[in-house]
Design a binder for this molecule. Structure first.
Ligand SMILES: C[S@@+](CC[C@H](N)C(=O)[O-])C[C@H]1O[C@@H](n2cnc3c(N)ncnc32)[C@H](O)[C@@H]1O
Length: 274
């Protein structure tokens, strides 16, 4: 099986939307009358949850007039935050068809169907016109992509001059290898974690200028510890494994250990197209 097929298999389970709706019902929500905020504990597949998506949106200067591309949009959590909190129009693209279908359906359920849309595709070959976006974002996606040069060249192509690119990925900080499974990959076959320097070099190669780089290691540790504690007291139906991936507790524990041991850290990089 190739990398892309394995990544899709890792993220798909065939019952994602119905398990999500069941979790919402168990939490006292009516799936036919949902507000975007009702989804926020379930739909953000990255460290820091909705707060991180808001921070990325603010940092990237997303506003009501922004046309945003969210690369690796998952089930649409970050895209809906950019649309609902900032008023942006957002296009998501993701490799996993089940995620794209769920992102589209959830967005319609919360009344954001007119502001966000999702398409299935590979970040290494974006099916969009040159200079067609003001902002591009990518949250916890690069860990699954070997060829970051290609992704960043594509992002640089579809951004307008002056456009901003915000990345928030888990990156390699120390020389040791993390233990698997991790939330994004069961084995090394689909994990391509790289140091911040590899990201900034690839961005500069693509013609982007790097503005800031910041590690969220400490906040990441706190977030994961809070998540583990919350999952312990919660009934299983409301304990949706958002960040944990199919390997559940083992992958969360390995990620936490890798952060604590200075092997991995969530890092945010902002760049722009001159
Ligand atoms: C950990 S999830 C993050 C989802 C979303 N960004 C979020 O923060 O909620 C990683 C996502 O990257 C997507 N992905 C992995 N490789 C990709 C590729 N080559 N092109 C597009 N999407 C990809 C996966 O399908 C998955 O939805």
């Amino acid at each position: 099986m190739g990398v892309e097929e394995s990544v899709i298999k890792h993220y798909s389970n065939g019952i994602l939307e119905e398990s999500l709706l069941a979790a919402l019902r168990a939490g006292g929500k009516d799936p036919d009358h949902l507000h975007p905020d009702d989804l926020s504990v379930l739909d953000q597949f990255h460290i820091g949850g909705v707060e991180t998506a808001l921070e990325v949106g603010r940092g990237a200067g997303i506003s009501g007039s922004s046309h945003v591309l969210d690369v690796g949009s998952g089930i649409g959590g970050p895209a809906r935050v950019f649309a609902h909190a900032f008023g942006a129009t957002v296009q998501g693209i993701d490799l996993t068809p089940e995620f794209v279908a769920t992102a589209t359906s959830l967005s319609a359920r919360v009344g954001l169907g007119h502001q966000v849309s999702f398409t299935t595709g590979n970040a290494t070959a974006l099916p969009f016109e040159d200079a067609s976006f003001d902002v591009a974002t990518m949250l916890h996606v690069g860990m699954n992509i070997r060829d970051k040069d290609k992704v960043f060249a594509e992002v640089a192509r579809v951004l307008r001059p002056g456009g901003v690119f915000a990345v928030f990925d888990v990156m390699q900080m120390g020389g040791d290898e993390p233990d698997f499974p991790l939330p994004w990959a069961t084995t090394e076959q689909t994990s391509f974690v790289q140091p911040p320097m590899a990201y900034s070099d690839a961005m500069e190669q693509a013609g982007l200028e790097v503005d800031t780089e910041r590690s969220f290691r400490d906040a990441g540790i706190e977030f994961i510890e809070r998540m583990i504690a919350a999952a312990q007291g919660a009934p299983s139906s409301s304990n949706f494994p958002a960040l944990r991936g199919p390997d559940g507790e083992a992958s969360t524990a390995n990620l936490l250990a890798a952060l604590k041991n200075h092997i991995l850290a969530p890092v945010e990089i902002f760049a722009h197209k001159p």
